[in-house]
Write a protein that binds this ligand. Structure first.
Ligand SMILES: [Zn+2]
Length: 63
């Protein structure tokens, strides 16, 4: 397999503790990309669930 960050050939065995990345540097870069919202589009579905503004709670009228 290849590192998703730098595309370098990567050890996919459990011996590589940075899987799927080739090194700690690339793993950190990936986390930084998440923080920088580069992956925001991929996470939109989750975001919609967190803000269910389209579904107001039904009001109960108790007499
Ligand atoms: Zn890499």
């Amino acid at each position: 397999m290849r590192c998703p960050i730098c595309r370098k050939e990567t050890d996919a065995s459990p011996a590589n503790r940075f899987r799927p990345f080739c090194s700690e540097r690339c793993r950190t870069r990936d986390l930084g990309a998440w923080a920088g919202e580069n992956y925001r589009v991929a996470g939109r579905e989750t975001e919609d669930v967190e803000h269910p503004d389209d579904c107001p709670a039904p009001k109960k009228i108790i007499h």
